[in-house]
Design a binder for this molecule. Sequence first.
Ligand SMILES: [Zn+2]
Length: 260
Amino acid sequence: MNLIKFFIISFLVALSFFIFSVDVRAEDLLINNNNKKQDFVNKNINVKNLTSSVFNPTFNSFIFLKKNQENELPASELYEESWNTNFLKAYSNITVPDSFSIDVSGFVVPISGKVTSPYGFRKNHFHYGIDIKLKEGDTIRAAFDGKVRVMKFDHKGYGYFLVLRHYNGLETVYGHLSEFLVTQNGNVKAGQPIALGGITGHSCGAHLHFEFRFLGDAINPAEIIYLDGLSLKDNKFVYIKNKYENQCHFEMSSLKNSKS
Ligand SMILES: [Zn+2]
């Protein structure tokens, strides 16, 4: 009887060694799981180079963003080939992940100053960013490393404005500028002067209108930075899609969606 027990135990131990010694990568398992978005998964990725990653239930895969590949479009794993240089909102055809963990540790304050208007509902429209008081001609800096996607004039709303796409998956918007210091499609480093502040467009008094966006959805800056002092709250920001869904619908139906 003892001999039988010994053989059974030996067999189970040998079996467990066999199972755990087989080199099965999690990514391989995920890819084989009938994954419609398997292009998101880079099997040869070097984990040390990752800026942001998250397990995404929608795609049943991990999404990894490569770090600073300056010859490529930033965060192309999320934004695919989309690179619209005319419009801020250009991602209606792209599926937004349910959640996404974003490395915001490289954040640089675009301009120090008092926040004169927060994100949220105003009398007759929604305010998608924050307003930071400045003097006309003050230097505005890039919030993260990235690339200049939109560089336009919007006389009814943002005035002269910039949209930067960043390698961490976010986009940032800078409005009411008086002068651009960058070029369309040019690469920018965090903290690099990108423009001079002003009063262009729909603006009462000189200020910077500043937005964080993720795949077109405006994020409340107060979730990422302290409005008093504009310093980072955490090195990581987790975007959660449902949190912004209602506001998103409002955005679609709103006609006055780009004011100051
Ligand atoms: Zn504003």
